[in-house]
Design a protein around this ligand. Structure first.
Ligand code: CA
Ligand code: CA
Length: 106
């Protein structure tokens, strides 16, 4: 998997997440969160489905990933289509902060 290029040059602390793996890090920047969540977009449609969110939550070793995925989609899915798209990821971050012990750095 290629290491993403960052506009500020190579960042040795850049975290390359692999789908299904979670290094236990509990802090990430907004961009890192987006990179991370997009690794779970297995059908590459640019949106996160409930099942994809479930795998993301499972990778954090949080409890009740299916239940939390349901709640996460409900919390973030503003237009009610059942998927989290780019414009809804901010709301998903808030959900992750409250429910997945992930701290989003500004
Ligand atoms: Ca998807
Ligand atoms: Ca949506």
């Amino acid at each position: 998997m290629p290491i993403p290029n960052y506009p500020n040059g190579p960042n040795p602390k850049a975290i390359v997440y692999k789908a299904g793996h979670y290094d236990g890090k509990r802090e990430m920047a907004m961009d890192q969160f987006k990179e991370w969540i997009k690794q779970f977009d297995v059908d590459k449609d640019g949106r996160i489905s409930r099942d994809e969110l479930k795998e993301a939550i499972r990778s954090t070793r949080a409890w009740f990933p299916g239940w939390k995925a349901n709640r996460g989609v409900k919390a973030a899915d503003a237009n009610g289509d059942g998927f989290i798209d780019d414009s809804e990821i901010t709301a998903l971050m808030e959900f992750a902060e409250k429910n997945l012990s992930i701290k989003i750095m500004p």
